[in-house]
Design a protein. Structure first.
Length: 285
């Protein structure tokens, strides 16, 4: 399975913070925002990743992440010239995905739970249809809302409904089989001129191949798209790390856990960072 991170948003709701730097590179507590969706793909066992970035921003992302080899990853980059909706990421990444299955994650979404890796790997193992998630929120109107029947089966999805049929929304994490490319290529723009990911999910629902997994209460989902939510995300990450003593979104640790790098490689990265910081300290003396 291949992974795509859609990190091409302009971040207009975060202006002027996003005037000199694009949203996915803003800090969320102690890491850049882009680390967290990459961590999601790594926990799903996905090591081949395409990051879709804003125009003329490839060099900036490459300076941060390189080709991903330091994490046991293979990272490629593509630019989204014009914002055409979430589903456009599938078309941009079509050649990258090839005949494989794909997991698409939004560049401003953060997930955390003690059982997250196991949940993601189960979703990635589904080789037929689509697997998405349902997350309970107080106000679901700004999101894609999923309705369940009495047996817990998804029966409808509405994008930004005025009168939601449930409080469960579908956050920005989607697992698809290769049918998704045929579906995405036949999408028509919505009234707001975008290729809607909800329309992709609706087509899987129509085919009887959409699995919606409601996330348990111990799952944390954060959408760091506004100044308020960015602040909450940073505070939440700090609280989790302080409480558990474990990092959230630490790519080196995840790479080691997945067996993609050795302890010696991780130690070498730490030693190089220490020398860099020491050198900068000496320059300041």
């Amino acid at each position: 399975m291949k992974g795509i991170v859609l990190a091409a948003g302009k971040g207009t709701r975060l202006y002027p913070m996003t005037k000199p730097v694009c949203k996915p590179l803003l800090p969320v507590y102690d890491k850049p925002l882009i680390y967290y969706p990459i961590a999601i793909l790594m926990q799903a066992g996905i090591s081949e990743i395409l990051i879709i970035v804003p125009p003329e921003e490839t060099a900036t992302f490459r300076a941060l992440l390189g080709d991903g080899s330091q994490y046991g990853l293979s990272i490629q980059y593509a630019e989204q010239p014009v914002a055409r909706g979430i589903a456009d990421a599938l078309l941009i990444g079509e050649e990258f995905v090839g005949g494989d299955r794909v997991c698409l994650v939004l560049g401003d979404n953060i997930f955390h739970a003690p059982t997250l890796a196991a949940t993601l790997k189960r979703a990635a193992a589904n080789d037929r249809g689509s697997t998405v998630f349902g997350y309970w929120v107080e106000d679901p109107r700004p999101f894609g809302v999923v309705e369940f029947d009495k047996e817990g089966k998804a029966i409808s999805i509405e994008e930004k409904p005025r009168y939601p049929k449930s409080n469960y929304i579908i956050p920005g994490l989607y697992f698809y089989d290769h049918q998704v490319m045929e579906i995405a290529n036949h999408l028509k723009p919505s009234p707001r001129g975008e290729l809607e990911i909800t329309d992709v999910n609706l087509e899987y629902l129509r085919r009887g191949q959409l699995q919606v997994i409601p996330l348990e209460r111990n799952f944390t989902w954060l959408d760091a798209g506004t100044a308020d939510s960015l602040l909450v995300a940073g505070e939440t990450i700090k609280k989790i790390q302080d409480t558990t003593g474990r990092y959230v979104g630490c790519l080196e640790e995840l790479a080691l856990y997945e067996g993609w790098v050795s302890e010696e490689q991780v130690h070498a990265i730490g030693a190089e960072l220490s020398m860099t910081l020491y050198g900068k300290y000496l320059q300041c003396l």
